[in-house]
Write a protein of this length. Structure first.
Length: 572
């Protein structure tokens, strides 16, 4: 059973929680005391190169690399590339880049399971010679029938008792390409009555004529993941093979292969995979989203792929902090998406320079400032980091404010601009609302105010603004959850997870008005647009002098939250 894990009430974990040891650390501590594996700690991250990495992989990367670093051990990056039909060099390159970006250093230990194909073949021959593997003629459907069920035992293949000599000859011919794809398999001879279905004579090799991105056409038989994984760990002298809970039932098979071959036997340890609300964590489903154009590629900022998070503006530091905060357990749970958003807010709050950007502009005319007159206002680049300095912001007769910062008949506790009211312009002065101009549809299109430079005057609200004369127009992309439901995998009867897509997950504002300094924003720079959120100059679509901004995360907005909940108006 999984449980929902809500967002933390406080962004800071207690000192007690910070120093607690999760169960994998406790296992390793005990292993070191007992002198296991010569008191070494050697971990690995073993992705299959059949897609881009997502946030769940980030947790595994941070865990494995972090344990190696904590214990002064080693960390490997190994690609389990045993299914060439679904693997591409593009995925290899992207995975290496994402792992490196997260700060995991494999040094000179980059490996591929395909490096071990010759050794794996020789070990398969060894198992045949020991009477522990055999060549089977059953096709996939028959093998499924013979396998049995969760409640009933399987039955032996009619080819299970072939002689060692016949099995060796057939396996050699499989390798030589003398049989059609899928005609034969090599299976481990374990126990067809085992309550664990993984031990019911699992497939070790299958015939598949597919071009491999590294070995080319050398092989027409490829080892299964279950057969390859543990042996690759053994070859690399891994001490702790850390994987997610769905592999717990595979551990007896992992152990069986190592024991049957008499090779170094790493310890497999399972932990709960990462599940987050409003997303899917299956590479198969993520691939479907890309292939059917529900998103704009693997790096779409609505995707919780590492590449998508990077393009949205998430930092490696924030993802590492998130992975640390969610912890390591053996209990499946659903983590609230706000945990991830809180992590990036906390990181960007420390170092993102402040700027003003009006996303949905409403023109305001300051009637007591002459046309052509310009006042220079000094604004802080960061309210808590004075070393980041200040900047000059021009104030002119015409400015833009947010449409949402004006209400003609604003309620008593609406502390922004309203008829007969006053509000402070950030770093500038006070404006008093006067005349309102409307279009034929009755919509407010222009507000006339008077400007008061007296900053000591007391008013309850402060809003951001930009000079209409100096503002730059820019495209700003606002992202919401890709799915409309907390658990998209729980689709209604007759529907799929795709039916839970959120049609409002992306809003493109083509004519946002931003303060002039943002014209110089470089691709990959972070900013906090005051009172609006954290934004990132898109690294793909931004060009010099014409940046495109992706909203990484909103700010905490008590007014919007209260309004959404129907609780009336509160002070922002």
């Amino acid at each position: 059973m999984s449980k929902k894990t809500a967002a933390p009430k406080d962004s800071c974990d207690s000192a007690e929680k910070a120093v607690s040891r999760h169960f994998i650390q406790q296992i390793i501590d005990a292993d070191l005391v007992a002198g296991k594996s010569e008191r070494r700690v050697h971990t690995r991250f073993p992705p299959e190169p059949n897609g881009y990495l997502h946030i769940g992989h980030a947790k595994s990367i941070c865990l494995n690399a972090g344990l190696a670093r904590e214990y002064g051990g080693k960390f490997n990056l190994r690609f389990d590339d045993t299914n060439p039909a679904k693997e591409e060099q593009e995925y290899v390159d992207s995975i290496m880049d994402d792992v490196r970006w997260l700060g995991a250093d494999w040094e000179d230990r980059l490996f591929f399971s395909s490096d071990y194909f010759d050794q794996l073949y020789d070990w398969a021959v060894q198992l045949i010679e020991a009477g522990k593997a055999y060549v089977c003629d059953l096709d996939a459907d028959a093998m499924r029938e013979y396998r049995g069920s969760l409640t009933g035992p399987g039955k032996n293949s009619p080819f299970r008792d072939r002689s060692v000599e016949e099995n060796l000859e057939l396996f050699s011919k499989m390798k030589a390409g003398e049989f059609a794809d899928g005609a034969l398999t090599l299976r481990a001879k374990i126990d067809m009555t085992s309550p664990n279905l993984n031990l019911r004579d699992p497939v070790m090799y299958r015939i598949k004529r597919a071009h491999h991105h590294r070995t080319g056409d050398k092989w027409c038989i490829y080892p299964s993941y279950d057969y390859t994984h543990g042996q690759s760990d053994s070859i690399e002298s891994i001490t702790h093979s850390i994987c997610t809970l769905e592999f717990e039932n595979h551990r007896p098979l992992y152990d069986w292969f190592c024991d049957a071959l008499g090779i170094h036997h790493p310890q497999q340890i399972e932990f709960a995979r990462l599940n987050i609300t409003y997303t899917v964590m299956s590479k198969r489903k993520l691939l479907l989203l890309v292939q059917e154009n529900h998103v704009n590629g693997w790096d779409d900022p609505r995707m919780l792929t590492i590449r998508g998070l990077r393009r949205r503006g998430y930092t490696a530091e924030s993802i590492r902090a998130f992975c640390e905060r969610v912890g390591v357990t053996k209990v499946n749970s659903m983590i609230d998406r706000s945990w991830l958003e809180d992590a990036v807010r906390e990181d960007l709050n420390e170092h993102a320079p402040r700027r003003m950007g009006v996303l949905r502009p409403l023109k305001v005319v300051l009637t007591n400032i002459a046309e052509g007159e310009q006042r220079i206002c000094e604004a802080s680049n960061h309210p808590k980091n004075p070393e980041m300095g200040t900047r000059e912001v021009p104030l002119t007769r015409e400015i833009y404010i947010e449409q949402g910062d004006f209400m003609e008949d604003g309620p008593k506790k609406f502390f922004r601009l309203k008829t007969g009211g006053a509000v402070r312009l950030r770093s500038a002065g006070i404006i008093d609302c006067g005349e309102i101009l409307k279009n034929d549809a009755g919509e407010v299109v222009e507000v006339h105010c008077t400007f008061d430079p007296d900053m000591s005057r007391k008013v309850k609200g402060t809003i951001h603004w930009v000079s209409a004369e100096h503002a730059i127009s820019a495209e700003v992309r606002l992202y919401d959850h890709l799915f409309a439901t907390e658990n998209p995998d729980k689709a209604a009867e007759g529907e799929t997870f795709l039916d839970n897509l959120n049609p409002a997950s992306l809003e493109v504002l083509a004519e946002a008005k931003l303060e002039p300094l943002l014209a110089n924003a470089q691709a990959g720079e972070h900013f906090q647009f005051e009172r609006t959120g954290y934004f990132y100059a898109d690294p793909v679509d931004s060009i010099d002098g014409k940046p495109v901004f992706n909203r990484t995360a909103t700010l905490r907005d008590s007014w919007a939250k209260a309004k959404a909940k129907g609780k009336g108006n509160v002070k922002k």
